[in-house]
Ligand binder design. Structure first.
Ligand SMILES: [Zn+2]
Length: 496
């Protein structure tokens, strides 16, 4: 057994192209001390709770079963709705599922089985703290949800972006910006708590420090707006405190420091409503918490989930065609007819994006790209809170799928950028390698051996696979990259 330890910093929603000397001086400087993965990708949907599950299980959504940030009770298989932002909802779901939050072994469970410990200090929505280590109480591991008392934490499933808009106004000035002093205090207390662990000589084998920024500020303002940049800069200041400790103390004591994000962000262009599109086409629609016998239940978002009533093939076909007729429809997935095509004309198979699970919606729809509000650059339709120019995520654009992973320490290469593909579910197997622990069978991500000193130069051979399907007046394309036995979702788009 080694004496090495891992500290993993999660920066919610950080786009890799926003790590620059001007925007994030500490991070930009530190990353030259280790390995940077330049083509790191999220799992789909590119949402936090889906990717947190992939982080801690090393499995894709169809492996761990959290196929969306929110899903209705009828789809859950255990008669409890799932709302990842809420500890109360996650706990009800776990209880209903007889303790099995994931269909795969989690890092916390696995480390406990090897007499190691995982600590979590989390400042995103409180449910995130539970998802990062749901069995912590059983093992007497430390989990701190920084914002448990800052938010209303028990509500019906809804669009998480609405919640960010409504609840991130921690500075109390009524504009929901999430970039005021109170948020700054939370981030700084979070780092203080981490230093408290060190002062008490209580740093476990593995620590996850998950920060709710820059995601909250970017949902409110966009990632290029002054307030979005200010929130990022302030976050970098707090990360700088940890980097400073690592440079002077931690690194020379065997601590391997890793920094990741769970997804990127894309600019919101035009407002759209999946519900309105379907109602205008004559379908009856219910939201996830609504009763009744509607044709379809929807959970809106950048990747909307649609669950159809009964086994009505004609209804499914009509509904799929109505979506495809809307310019706001991006990619569309249904149950697979084969490895590429969904059973509904023009749709992709859910398995193509590793979403083939009994809980998966009958139809998953991303929102299409559109013009930016000022006619410049790339944006997407959005079906949630906030204004045009703010940003969002959940879909399959490159902006949303690209995320960060960097690692430094005596086990890793120094000053190296790796251009081969990697993804969120590779992180757990890689850090288990650092700790000298084998991985559970359900952990299907790969060890990023190219990051380790003495490892291959640029990883496994990368092979791109592009699939296109279409139906009358509609076509979509998905680009994936195969590397080292793993597959990564690079980007998807509607094609004209
Ligand atoms: Zn977000």
């Amino acid at each position: 057994m080694t004496s090495r330890k891992v500290v993993l910093i999660g920066l919610d929603g950080l786009r890799p192209d926003m790590i620059r000397v001007e925007t994030t001086p500490h991070l930009a400087t530190w990353r030259s001390r280790g390995v940077t993965f330049a083509n790191h990708r999220a799992c789909f949907p590119s949402d936090t709770f889906v990717n947190m599950a992939s982080l801690v299980t090393g499995a894709p959504p169809q492996g761990h079963g959290l196929i969306a940030n929110d899903f209705p009770a009828a789809a859950s298989g255990v008669r409890a709705a799932f709302h990842g932002a809420s500890i109360a909802s996650v706990d009800r779901f776990i209880a209903a599922a007889g303790g099995a939050l994931y269909g795969a072994t989690s890092l916390g469970e696995h480390l406990a089985a090897h007499c190691m410990s995982l600590s979590v200090i989390c400042s995103c929505s409180p449910g995130g703290a539970r998802l990062l280590h749901h069995t912590a109480a059983d093992h007497r591991h430390l989990v701190i949800a920084m914002r448990e008392n800052q938010r209303h934490d028990d509500r019906e499933p809804r669009n998480v972006r609405d919640e960010n808009g409504a609840d991130s106004d921690s500075d109390g000035d009524g504009d929901g910006d999430g970039d005021g002093e109170a948020v700054g205090d939370i981030l700084s207390r979070q780092v203080d708590l981490f230093f408290g662990l060190i002062a008490d000589d209580a740093l476990p084998e593995m620590t996850v420090l998950w920060f709710g920024e820059p995601d909250d500020a970017w949902h409110a303002h966009g990632f290029t707006a002054p307030r979005g940049l200010r929130a990022l800069h302030r976050l970098d200041g707090q990360i700088g405190r940890i980097i400073d400790w690592w440079e002077h103390v931690g690194g020379s004591n065997g601590v391997q420091l890793m920094v990741m994000s769970d997804h990127g962000h894309v600019t919101q262009g035009k407002k759209a409503s999946v519900r309105t599109i379907l109602e205008d086409a004559g379908f009856s629609v219910a939201g996830a918490g609504e009763e009744g016998d509607a044709d379809v239940t929807i959970v809106p978002g950048a990747a909307a989930g649609l669950w159809l009533a009964g086994n009505n093939d004609a209804l499914a076909r009509d509904l799929s065609s109505a979506l495809q007729a809307s310019p706001a429809c991006g990619l569309l997935f249904s149950k697979g007819k084969n490895n590429v095509d969904g059973w509904l004309p023009g749709t992709f198979a859910r398995s193509l994006v590793m979403l083939e699970h009994e809980r998966a919606p009958d139809l998953v729809m991303t929102l299409a790209e559109c013009e930016n509000q000022d006619g410049t650059g790339r944006a997407v339709y959005y079906d949630g809170g906030g204004e045009p120019g703010a940003s969002t995520h959940g879909g399959l654009t490159r902006d949303e799928m690209a995320c960060c992973f960097m690692a430094a320490g005596d086990l890793f290469k120094e000053g190296v950028t790796i251009n081969g593909f990697s993804g969120v579910r590779d992180i757990a197997p890689t850090l288990l390698r650092v700790l000298g622990v084998g991985r559970p069978r359900s952990m299907t991500g790969r060890v990023l051996s190219e990051a380790f000193a003495g490892g291959r130069s640029d990883g496994a051979e990368n092979r791109r696979e592009v699939e296109t399907v279409g139906a009358a007046g509609y076509a979509q394309r998905l680009s994936r990259v195969r590397a080292g036995g793993a597959i990564y979702l690079d980007e998807g788009t509607r094609v004209e």
